[in-house]
Design a protein around this ligand. Structure first.
Ligand SMILES: C[S@@+](CC[C@H](N)C(=O)[O-])C[C@H]1O[C@@H](n2cnc3c(N)ncnc32)[C@H](O)[C@@H]1O
Length: 205
């Protein structure tokens, strides 16, 4: 099954609250976004945002230039339905991040549990290419992935586990790591999943 078909099936078979990565509150993401210091007019993109409520919380915090990208149209539909009229304030992109042409620059790139699915080196290169095309100089990056010693699979797919060194090697020398944190995520089925969150900044050009 191809990548898009896989994710469309997941979001058709399960409620957003039933998927293993579901969070009632994306607390660490919000804390890290806060620490970037970006203001409410900053263009922000949640890559592989799925049906996450991060976009709801950022709208509530006053962010006015939000974008959500996901390969699954069903995931986006869940989020849009939940938001109702507020959804019109968000840019929605149904796209594969490895083949996405950013329509405008972003100041902040957030990705929780998407990059780690790219087990193919060429896909990771394409992801980093999209990131570099999308992000302004001095832009901020937050990436969360399964930690070393965490799960080996997610949603039935192989993943790559990350620590700071491995992530920095993949992203290349243009990005400076500012902080890293581990978080034990508890799935709706009460399983523990060790994540690592990384906050980086692009070195100004
Ligand atoms: C594990 S879920 C995480 C969702 C969300 N970030 C969260 O924290 O709740 C991974 C998400 O990435 C999306 N995804 C997977 N591969 C992708 C790709 N190549 N391009 C864009 N989205 C992708 C999936 O549809 C899914 O919504």
């Amino acid at each position: 099954m191809n990548r898009k078909a896989h994710w469309e099936r997941i979001y058709k078979d399960k409620l957003p609250t039933e998927v293993s990565w579901y969070q009632t509150e994306p607390e660490l993401s919000l804390a890290l976004i806060g620490r970037t210091g970006v203001g409410p007019t900053a263009p922000v993109i949640d890559v592989g945002g799925g049906a996450s409520v991060l976009v709801d919380r950022l709208l509530a915090a006053g962010f006015a230039n939000l974008a959500v990208l996901d390969i699954s149209g069903s995931a986006i539909e869940h989020a849009r339905t939940r938001l109702g009229q507020l959804a019109d304030r968000v840019e929605w992109y149904e796209a594969d991040v490895t083949a996405f042409a950013p329509p405008h620059p972003f100041q902040l790139w957030h990705d929780r549990a998407v990059f780690h699915f790219l087990t193919d080196k060429e896909d990771r290169k394409r992801y980093v290419g999209t990131l570099k095309e999308a992000l302004v100089p001095d832009g901020h990056v937050i990436i969360a992935a399964f930690a070393i010693g965490g799960p080996r699979k997610c949603s039935g797919l192989e993943i790559v586990q990350y620590d700071a060194a491995r992530l920095c090697e993949e992203l290349g020398g243009e990005f400076e790591l500012l902080e890293a944190h581990d978080e034990m995520h508890i799935t709706p089925g009460h399983a523990e999943q060790k994540f690592s969150f990384f906050r980086l900044m692009r070195k100004g050009r």
